[in-house]
Design a protein around this ligand. Structure first.
Ligand SMILES: [Zn+2]
Length: 365
């Protein structure tokens, strides 16, 4: 197509938009909309998954985490390989070993490791809830995420323009008695180590949220993404308060639509409309063959793909659809976000915040 034809087409399109106001805001179809899931953990070259992503117009930001289970290097090798082979489909986020924080050269070593990952194309850095909820100093005290020993690392990320993707704290439910009505009942029933209710000497939810706020106070140019609705899914006002106070704070919704559907839909919609540049889509699926004793079977692979396809579609119906719907067995009113907001939520913000377009070119070279 010549440049002339493109210009004429653009003119015709703007003429059409002027004749039919509102047309530009018509909802995109599921396949039309480029969707970037900013929160996956996929560590296998998995052709059927690539095919699914291409068919439904999905990409993912592939996150290395956790760092403390002994697979740090193996996990990064798999993520680097995927982002090198399919730079658009699997841009990756690196992580670092949080357990050696008491070594004198700790920050220096971590920075060198992360710089190596950036050279391989990593678009950001993940920090996980183990800081604040699991890792302790020699004196038995929990290490908090705003510990000064991490400051040189945060300052470095701010300097080189890499965002910190922060899953810090947990939903408030982790500090409340186990409740079958909670969306996290099953998780905390099976994972009591993360259920802090009734435990002595542990940080409170407020302590951990304050520690994260403090990172942003100390490093105002650091771009921070609060994973999982920033662990504030129970309180949309608390999220808005932080989006107001910290201009470099963003959130993603991975694994927390189950919180959103418990709020009135008009209140959730208002949050998206007020902060369209600050909220990103994510699901938080996990495919870690290296953690298994035996390689996954084809049946298991198919099961994973089916789950993904269902969940991606159900999420889209909630954010983009209209009217009453069933979301994980709850009746809710779909958000029916305007097209311009959906575009930012599903791809524009991720492309800008993680600089994905530049990263895809860099990794492909
Ligand atoms: Zn995750």
């Amino acid at each position: 197509m010549s440049r002339f034809t493109i210009t004429i087409n653009a003119l015709l399109l703007s003429l059409l938009a002027a004749l039919h106001p509102g047309r530009a805001e018509e909802s995109p179809t599921y396949e039309q909309l480029l969707k970037i899931d900013v929160h996956s953990h996929v560590f296998e070259d998995f052709p059927a998954l690539n095919d699914l992503f291409r068919r439904i117009n999905m990409r993912t930001v592939n996150i290395c985490v956790p760092a403390g289970d002994g697979h740090l290097e193996q996990m990064h090798r798999a993520a680097n390989e995927l982002s090198r082979k399919y730079p658009e489909l699997y841009p990756c986020i690196a992580t670092f070993d949080l357990r050696r924080h008491d070594r004198p050269d700790y920050a220096e070593k971590v920075i060198a490791w992360l710089d190596g990952q950036f050279a391989l194309g990593a678009v950001g850095v993940k920090i996980w809830k183990e800081v604040g909820m699991e890792i302790k100093d020699r004196d038995g005290k929990f290490v908090l995420p705003d510990d000064p020993r991490f400051d040189p690392i945060y300052a470095h990320l701010a300097k080189v323009g890499k965002p910190l993707h922060a899953h810090l704290a947990e939903p408030i439910d982790a500090w409340l008695p186990l409740d079958p009505a909670s969306p996290y009942f099953s998780y905390y029933s099976k994972r009591p180590e993360w259920h802090f209710h009734g435990k002595a000497g542990v940080p409170s939810h407020a302590d951990l949220i304050a520690a994260r706020d403090n990172i942003m106070k100390k490093h105002p140019t650091l771009v921070l993404i609060g994973a999982h609705l920033a662990s504030l899914g129970h309180d949309l006002d608390a999220i808005a308060d932080r989006l107001e106070r910290f201009p470099n704070f963003h959130i993603e919704v991975a694994a927390r639509a189950r919180n959103l559907v418990r709020h009135p839909s008009d209140k959730v919609r208002a949050l998206f409309l007020k902060y369209p540049d600050r909220i990103m889509y994510g699901l938080d699926s996990m495919w870690k063959p290296f953690m298994r004793e035996k390689p996954p079977t084809d049946l298991e692979r198919r099961g994973y793909l089916q789950m993904l396809e269902l969940r991606y579609r159900e999420d889209f119906d909630y954010y983009a659809g209209q009217g009453e719907m069933t979301y994980t067995e709850r009746q809710v009113e779909a958000l029916h976000l305007p097209r311009s907001v959906l575009e930012k939520f599903y791809n524009g913000n991720a492309r800008r915040i993680y600089k994905l377009d530049a990263a895809a070119k860099h990794t492909a070279q």
